[in-house]
Design a protein around this ligand. Structure first.
Ligand code: F6P
Length: 354
């Protein structure tokens, strides 16, 4: 096993609050182990373009509380090409980078696998507000984004109550309804629509109309962006015409991706950053750091990506051929458990939020 003397760290894909805290933990854990660190700017784009800077202990001071990522980020189509991957590898070779910690979502992890296969060991840290990495209970940034959503919804509720209005709110999350569902519960929304479950619009219209007759003035309906860009604004129009309740539409979009990370995200980022360095130094690669039942553990990135695709019903023909029936059964169980946990939350919201 080659001794790791220098590692690189990058953030890629959509930024997420807590990414800076993760970078800080990576830098300081590595230095504590006598390992040099370089920060790679703009995700894989910076690796391809050789845009890097050495990071010392003080270079990551005063960033634990900052949203965004001070290394910047990018979605990098060039990493999908063999030429791009070779350029990234060439940078590592030239600069003596023995391993990489990559912070991001599934696209970032696919890049990590490609680089690992080409000889540069990579460890991934899940940093995305979407919480759509199935192998971890929580991703960095998810809790901060949700706290921002409920803060904003609380404000909307004030004005809805004053004007006796409904507000339909669309929140990010890509194909995952986690942000929408959890924030709907936590903000006492009247209803939530997410890609994972059927949504009964007629039932919503009836609920709003009946509650209005009984004196309820404000209504909040949270929609996951995974239902498509037209869904939420169209629903707002329908609510108004079917119930007579004046209805506004708000798309929170990127606003929930910024801001000061919460304690949960700073802590998770710090634990994961430190663990990622331990993994690289222990000679592991193609590893994703996960939080499961409150513990930080590692998993195989390839397995994690396939688990994601299984959960989303997007597995390709033959993708599981390398796994034994027991492993496949375990994956199915993990997906089922995640779905059951979501169903339980969904049922609670249907019961409680009137
Ligand atoms: O993955 C994070 C995320 O914010 C998603 O929730 C959203 O669909 C997407 O990124 C938006 O991407 P962009 O910042 O490129 O518009």
């Amino acid at each position: 096993m080659k001794k790791i003397k220098k590692i690189g760290v990058l953030t890629s894909g959509g930024d997420a609050p807590g990414m800076n805290a993760a970078i800080r933990a990576v830098v300081r854990s590595a230095i504590a182990n006598g390992v040099e660190v370089v920060g790679i700017m703009r995700g894989y784009s910076g690796l391809i373009d050789k845009e890097v800077k050495p990071l010392a202990i003080r270079d990551v001071s005063n960033i634990i509380n900052k949203g965004g990522t001070f290394l910047y980020t990018d979605r990098c189509p060039e990493m999908l090409t063999e030429e791009g991957k070779q350029k990234a590898i060439a940078t590592c070779r030239e600069l003596g980078i023995d391993g990489l910690v990559v912070i991001g979502g599934d696209g970032t992890f696919r890049g990590a696998t490609e680089l690992t296969l080409r000889g540069v060991p990579c460890v991934g840290i899940p940093g995305t507000i979407d919480n759509d990495v199935s192998s971890t209970d929580n991703t960095i940034g998810y809790y901060t984004a949700m706290n921002t959503v409920i803060e904003l919804v609380d404000k909307l509720r004030d004005t809805c109550e004053s004007h006796a209005r409904c507000n339909v709110v669309e929140v990010m999350g890509r194909d995952a309804g986690d942000i929408a569902l959890n924030t709907a519960i936590a903000s006492g929304a009247t209803a939530v629509a997410i890609p994972e479950f059927e949504f009964d619009e007629e039932r919503l219209f009836e609920k709003i109309a009946t509650s209005r007759k009984l004196g309820k003035r404000n209504f909040i309906v949270i929609i996951s962006e995974g239902l498509g860009a037209d869904y939420a604004p169209t629903l707002a129009t329908k609510i108004e015409s079917k119930t007579g309740v004046e209805t506004k539409f708000a798309r929170f979009a990127h606003i929930v991706r910024g801001g000061t990370p919460t304690l949960k995200d700073r802590l998770l980022a710090t634990q994961m950053g430190s663990y990622a360095v331990d993994m690289l130094l222990a000679g592991k690669s193609n590893i994703v750091i996960c939080e499961r039942n409150g513990e930080i553990v590692e998993g195989d990135i390839t397995y994690a990506l396939k688990l994601d695709r299984m959960y989303k019903g997007k597995l390709l023909e033959g993708e599981l051929d390398e796994y034994s029936p027991e492993v496949i059964e375990g994956m199915r169980r993990e997906c089922a458990e995640r779905r059951v946990a979501m169903q339980k939350l969904y049922d609670i919201q249907m019961k409680i939020n009137l």
